[in-house]
Design a protein around this ligand. Structure first.
Ligand SMILES: [Zn+2]
Length: 102
């Protein structure tokens, strides 16, 4: 997934990379100015807040890969849409969101 993110578009900001012999951590932030509401498909220009998303990716050279993604929430301003706030999609297919372990 990290490859698909890094090669997907130029709007991904890499804030930091940390690695040791077992683990690689990428800290990234999408530089999106707008987002599409998943329900009504209108474009939102109004950011609501930021939150951190932690995603486990496929290993690279037997090292675990973890993505810390500064994602955004957005307002949907369409009166006839029940979705008031939604989270943006990150540019990759079906990431596995890591649940807190143990
Ligand atoms: Zn909407």
């Amino acid at each position: 997934m990290i490859n698909s993110i890094l090669h997907h578009d130029d709007n991904i900001n890499i804030l930091g990379i940390s690695e040791d012999s077992h683990h690689i951590i990428f800290i990234i932030e999408p530089q999106t100015q707008t987002a599409i509401c998943p329900v009504c498909h209108h474009e939102s220009h109004r950011q609501h807040s930021k939150y951190m998303r932690i995603v486990q990716d496929l290993p690279i050279n037997d090292r675990e890969v973890t993505l810390f993604i500064h994602s955004h929430k957005w307002f949907c301003d369409q009166n006839d849409c029940d979705t008031k706030v939604f989270t943006e999609r990150i540019p990759c297919s079906n990431p596995t969101v890591v649940k807190h372990k143990g």
